[in-house]
Design a protein around this ligand. Sequence first.
Ligand code: FO1
Ligand code: 5AD
Ligand code: SF4
Length: 316
Amino acid sequence: MPIITYSPAYTIVPTYECFNRCSYCNFRVDPGADKWMTLDRATQILADLQDKDVCEILILSGEVHPRSSRRQAWIERIYDLGNLALEMGFLPHTNAGPLSFREMEKLAQVNVSMGLMLEALDPALLAGVHRHAPSKLPQIRLEQLDWAGKLQIPFTTGLLLGIGESAIDWESSLQAIADIHDRWGHIQEVILQPYSPGSQESFSGMGFDIQKLPVVISLARQILPTNVAIQIPPNLIPNPDLLLTCLNAGARDLGGIVPKDEVNPDYHHLQLSELTSLLANAGWELRPRLPVYPDRVHDLSDRLQAYVRTSKACLV
Ligand SMILES: O=c1nc2n(C[C@H](O)[C@H](O)[C@H](O)CO)c3cc(O)ccc3cc-2c(=O)[nH]1
Ligand SMILES: C[C@H]1O[C@@H](n2cnc3c(N)ncnc32)[C@H](O)[C@@H]1O
Ligand code: SF4
């Protein structure tokens, strides 16, 4: 049977505080308004996960301003959380927004893959949903993808669909990702993420017309090199038939299946057993994977490769 993958994951949030205010965000709180995740708390959480089928620790963070005096402590905390996860047998994947080259290099030491959504290139968004989000400048994000390539970090990026971008923009954003991948070969997957309205945000847009997702997947499959997988989030796709149509259009990965989707807390995942039988009935085998794809493991440091080999490798 042809294979569809997912990553058995758990999300740790170093902080929800974020100096950006993307108007579709259901995650952020104001700077200073939450307590950062402590290493003690993370140790407890990870200890509770030891006997569960979890391999990836997704470290997803709100952002401290690059010129804030708290920036360095924030990076240190994210580094320490990654290191702790490794030492406790898990494999971290961090997405903490744009980083300086030095910061990226540092966090790469304790992550088997990292990520940053390109989202969209359309400059119109800077007057729309990204009006108060300096981190979402397209040039900054393209530069991040390029730096990640230079550092040979196995990388996840993607498009956020339905935030006011034009349909032409899907093509140019995908082409930009393909071009960077041609240069460095480090993009392991591209997420096609339908913007999904939640209860906390200020935007309250319509959400992406989910019926169009298969079309965007076909477009992505035409533009992206074959060794870049297309990831779609099953909890944001409201009916099983449409999910199967997306797979037929070329999506091959369902991303992190987590107990709580921190970005879209209003959308729950199906039970793994339900998802497995849904796919099996349509002739697909659902199989767990690591947060680093097999063909990218050789890019990791010896230390990280050793962790990959001895991780709870629930899998492989
Ligand atoms: O559960 C989620 N996982 C998200 N992930 C995690 C992803 O599903 C997995 O961590 C990767 O596939 C690595 O295994 C992201 C990873 C990125 O690098 C960039 C963006 C996202 C977005 C989400 C998300 O909205 N929800
Ligand atoms: C982690 C990634 O999640 C995406 N993101 C942020 N808010 C939403 C939402 N309401 N719906 C879908 N995706 C979202 C952003 O692109 C971010 O980079
Ligand atoms: S989407 Fe990310 S950058 Fe934007 S406000 Fe939310 S946490 Fe901050």
